[in-house]
Design a protein around this ligand. Structure first.
Ligand code: FAD
Length: 355
């Protein structure tokens, strides 16, 4: 069986981002790489959105940039500007196509469907398959989104809606998210932050249909694309080893309070590429412990007081948008952290320290 210098397990967002980063920086000229990916065909299956707080390799896969957004709770809307850090949506279909085309140019890179097809003995492994134990106490961000096409121009595509809490909460945390790609197309997503221990919140199609009809007041449209997913708001149990680094969701690249992962994956790929020559000895890359600690408290409050969360998110965005965006994207300094923390209900958060 063939041996490779590097093996990437899982050719999804993290696996392909890393392979691309290594390839474009010529780290695979004299090294071999195997990518293990069971899927038969790559097609658009996700839309990765984030504030562009740092450069990345995929500007040409961006479907749309926005410099304005809103957040609302019943009877109140806050309009915000994000010109310094535009919000971007990457189309996974374009992302996969760009990367696969590039990787196919290098004979040192091979794809396999099953790990048993190769010999791993002398390889350095980057694993992106998360180990998730069944635990009904875990919180997830679970969601379903549809891209719709309206018959006539309907949307203001200069502004997106990050969170609309003016919807049925079912004793949980629920909001809609609308990304208008053009005047007549938009992604409309229903999102829940909760334990997935039953199917009672999974009538997604009905939720979306009602929202489009009764909140957006749009009647004449068709669905042109659909995506569904669940992001763990806890760390998978994958362990690093001497010859193995976990990447992507498996590598703890998700910001637990928000589910944002894409840009962290890009930064992790860059870190690995910069240290590839000494990869067995390099310090583990992680989201800083400051955010891990703050997110843990935040999620404890969310679990105990779901009814307070819409107000908490709304208040958070009363700080300067630049500060909130930096905070949510792991780029804030101490004073910026403080300006967010001071907007939180102090008693509730202090109590959460001792749950
Ligand atoms: C629908 C959806 C939308 C999301 N939207 C956003 C967003 O807007 N912004 C954001 O920041 N984050 C978002 N996320 C979170 C995160 O960015 C994505 O989940 C991202 O795809 C994580 O990358 P990954 O490589 O860890 O996992 P994946 O992209 O899921 O890649 C894992 C790969 O491993 C393969 N695989 C599975 N089992 C095996 C096996 N046994 N052996 C080998 N390979 C295997 C899979 O086929 C897959 O290709 C979203 C997640 C989902 C599910």
């Amino acid at each position: 069986m063939k041996e490779f210098d590097y093996v990437i397990i899982g050719g999804g967002c993290a696996g392909l981002s890393l392979a691309y980063e290594l390839e474009i920086h010529e780290k695979l000229k004299d090294k071999t790489l195997a990518i293990i990916e069971p899927r038969d065909k790559y097609k658009r299956d996700k839309t990765w959105s984030f504030w562009r707080v740092t450069p990345h390799n995929f500007d040409d896969c961006v479907k749309k940039n926005w410099e304005n957004f809103s957040i609302n709770i019943p009877d109140k809307t806050n309009y915000l500007n994000c010109k310094s850090y535009p919000y971007q949506s990457v189309d996974s279909g374009l992302f996969y196509e760009k990367i696969i085309n590039k990787l196919n140019e290098n004979e040192n890179i091979s794809f396999f469907k099953d790990i048993n097809e190769i010999n791993l003995k002398n390889s350095f492994i980057f694993n992106s398959v998360p180990s998730i134990k069944k635990n009904y106490q875990n919180l997830w961000q679970h969601f379903c989104g549809v891209e719709i096409e309206a018959k006539n121009n309907f949307f203001d595509d200069e502004i997106f809606n990050l969170m609309d809490f003016d919807c049925d909460q079912r004793e949980s945390v629920h909001f809609f998210y609308t990304l208008p790609y053009s005047k007549n197309t938009a992604l409309v997503e229903t999102t829940w932050l909760s334990k997935i221990n039953d199917n009672s919140q999974k009538d997604y199609d009905e939720q979306i249909k009602n929202y489009i009809k009764n909140h957006l007041n749009l009647k004449d449209y068709k669905i042109i694309y659909k995506e569904e997913g669940a992001i763990p708001l806890f760390y998978p149990t994958n362990k690093s080893e001497k010859n193995k680094i976990n990447i992507g969701t498996a590598g703890g690249m998700t910001r637990l309070s928000t589910g944002y992962t894409f840009l962290n994956i890009q930064e992790h790929s860059k870190y690995i590429r910069e240290n590839i020559e000494n990869i067995s000895n390099v310090k583990k890359y992680k989201i800083s412990t400051k955010y891990q600690f703050l997110d843990e408290i935040f999620l404890r409050v969310l679990e105990k007081h779901p009814e307070k969360m819409s107000d908490i998110f709304f208040k958070m965005f009363k700080a300067s948008p630049k500060t909130v965006i930096k905070f949510l994207s792991n780029k804030s300094n101490f004073l910026e952290d403080l300006s967010i923390i001071l907007r939180m209900p102090k008693f509730t958060f202090i109590k959460a320290l001792f749950y």
